[in-house]
Design a protein around this ligand. Structure first.
Ligand SMILES: Nc1nc2c(ncn2[C@@H]2O[C@H](COP(=O)(O)OP(=O)(O)OP(=O)(O)O)[C@@H](O)[C@H]2O)c(=O)[nH]1
Ligand SMILES: [Zn+2]
Length: 312
């Protein structure tokens, strides 16, 4: 038996990098099922596994270690079956632009809330700083201040000109990182700047998914250093999977709201109309930003209309 990391899933076989550095093509033995998850794929990129090598130099995956987190995509809106896109993420880089295209704080906050639910730490990467006007740069500084204070590290970069890319690369060392963000914010440009040797690959993948042929997604991790740092490329995946939560749970996924909610009069407070709400008081006193509170209410409203699941 050997231990290793799944770095590629082709649908019919898995590529495992063993802890002694070997690359082994692996298959799954028999009826491999995981407790709790109804998934179309029992093993995903990022999984730590034990493999049993056979004489042809390939191996069977015998065991999978418990995951610290994973991201899924539901096979369809109605289906309970889901596809695990990647497991054991150390972090997610959410690439955003103040303009060209505009990324709204509602989008950012919804993304951050689902990342909290999935227990994946997020850094915000503000791209295209070379293009902004004075006013846009001013707004950018405000956002960076806001999110840094809440506890999300922020980077200012220009993927096009290379500004700040070295610093970002430093933050990828030894970690498994997923890149997300709206279409057009510069993810491919950034990944190309980080992994120059992967140029062609990224081009192929986007050409492929632009044709709308991505009915099944097979993920791959690309090494970024010698110390098990990887970037996960997931064609067509923009956010985390959907999840169900109660009204009073939404606030748990906004770090600063959660902190203040300890002092609400009712422990199932939804921070809307309840008397003695410490969160509303904190918004009034500017300890919680209006934009974050608006995003919070926006999720609650969509939940009421049954739209939240569909939004991701
Ligand atoms: N001015 C400026 N333009 C950039 C920068 N980064 C990317 N762009 C441009 O933004 C456009 C979109 O970049 P992509 O890298 O294709 O964006 P993407 O996020 O991969 O988009 P999808 O593939 O649709 O998800 C391209 O025209 C890039 O040249 C930047 O730092 N500054
Ligand atoms: Zn409250």
């Amino acid at each position: 038996m050997k231990k290793g990391l799944v770095i590629k899933n082709t649908g019919s076989w898995y590529l495992v990098k063993t802890d002694d550095g070997e690359m082994v093509e692996c298959k799954i033995k028999g009826n491999f099922r995981l407790k709790g998850i109804r998934s179309t794929n029992p093993i995903a990129v990022g999984d730590r596994v034990q493999i049993a090598p056979n004489t042809e130099g390939t191996a069977f995956i015998a065991e999978i270690e418990d995951r610290k987190n994973y991201i899924i995509r539901r096979a369809s809106n109605l289906s309970k079956q889901s596809h695990i896109i990647a497991a054991n993420l150390d972090q997610c880089m959410l690439v955003v632009t103040v303009n060209y295209p505009e990324t709204s704080t509602i989008f950012i906050d919804r993304f951050l809330a689902s990342a909290e639910a999935y227990q994946v730490p997020v850094c915000l990467v503000f791209n295209k700083v070379d293009r902004y006007t004075e006013e846009e740069l001013h707004y950018l500084e405000g956002l960076i201040h806001l999110y840094t204070c809440i506890g999300y590290p922020c980077f200012r970069i220009s993927a096009l000109e290379g500004t700040g890319v070295a610093e970002l690369k430093e933050a990828l060392k030894g970690k498994v990182t997923l890149f997300s963000g709206h279409s057009g914010v510069g993810k491919s440009t950034l990944i190309n700047a980080i992994l120059p040797e992967q140029q062609l690959k990224t081009g192929e993948i986007s050409a492929y998914h632009n044709k709308g042929m991505h009915t099944t997604t097979f993920s791959e991790m690309f090494p970024v250093d010698e110390e098990n740092g990887y970037i996960i490329d997931t064609p067509g995946i923009k956010g985390f999977g959907t999840f169900d939560m109660k009204d009073e749970e939404v606030g748990h996924y906004f770090k600063e709201i959660f902190k203040f909610s300890a002092d609400c009069k009712y422990n199932n407070c939804t921070h809307r109309h309840e008397p003695g709400c410490a969160v509303r008081e904190a918004v009034e006193n500017h300890y919680i930003s209006e934009s974050r509170y608006t995003s919070y209410l926006n999720i609650l409203e969509d939940k009421e209309e049954g739209k939240y699941r569909a939004a991701y």
